[in-house]
Design a protein around this ligand. Structure first.
Ligand SMILES: [Zn+2]
Length: 178
């Protein structure tokens, strides 16, 4: 399979910013690390991958969907961290374009695999939204909100390399199960 992996945000768009060990923790750094791990294990299992960015840089939403379409990927996976005004908000969720049955085919097992890997995390389910990268990509597309970076406890969770690797592993297992 050809899989386009999209680390959310980058460059002067840090995405959501949380706090960890008295330092800012930026969504764009976490998403890139998870995506680099995901690329590594997908390549090891014989898949072709394409990252929309592999360094910290600006990238517009149209650039992301155009890359995926030009690459003629079989699947588009965008990785994000969630944020909310309520610090207690927590959990993992996966988004698809409304009524996208091909998106759901991947989103259901990816979400299930993440919750199986992290059973003490809240399962917020598979949700539908008219996000640019879900709408404008010509292949099945999912967007994973890995946890809430705005939640102090979950920011610590997201900051840990072992958890970033485990998230990538769970996403890969979900893709393979689909
Ligand atoms: Zn984001």
């Amino acid at each position: 399979m050809k899989i386009c992996i999209d680390p959310g945000h980058g460059g002067n768009d840090p995405g959501a910013v949380g706090r960890c060990d008295d330092n800012d923790l930026c969504e764009h750094d976490i998403t890139l690390q998870i995506c680099l791990h995901l690329e590594g294990i997908l390549l090891q299992s014989g898949h072709l991958t394409y990252l929309t960015r592999r360094i910290d840089r600006n990238l517009s939403l149209p650039a992301r969907s155009q890359f995926a379409n030009r690459y003629q990927a079989d699947l588009f996976v965008s990785i994000h961290c969630n944020a909310a005004y309520q610090a207690a908000a927590a959990g993992i969720e996966t988004w698809i374009h409304p009524f996208s049955s091909v998106g759901r085919k991947y989103a259901d097992p990816i979400q299930a695999s993440l919750i199986a890997a992290f059973p003490d995390h809240k399962d917020r389910g598979v949700k539908e939204a008219n996000f640019h990268v879900l709408r404008e990509t010509a292949m099945p597309a999912v967007l994973v909100e890995t946890e809430f970076i705005s939640n102090p406890e979950q920011a610590v969770f997201l900051s840990k390399d072992e958890n970033q690797r485990k998230i990538a592993q769970a996403i890969m297992e979900g893709i393979l199960r689909a």
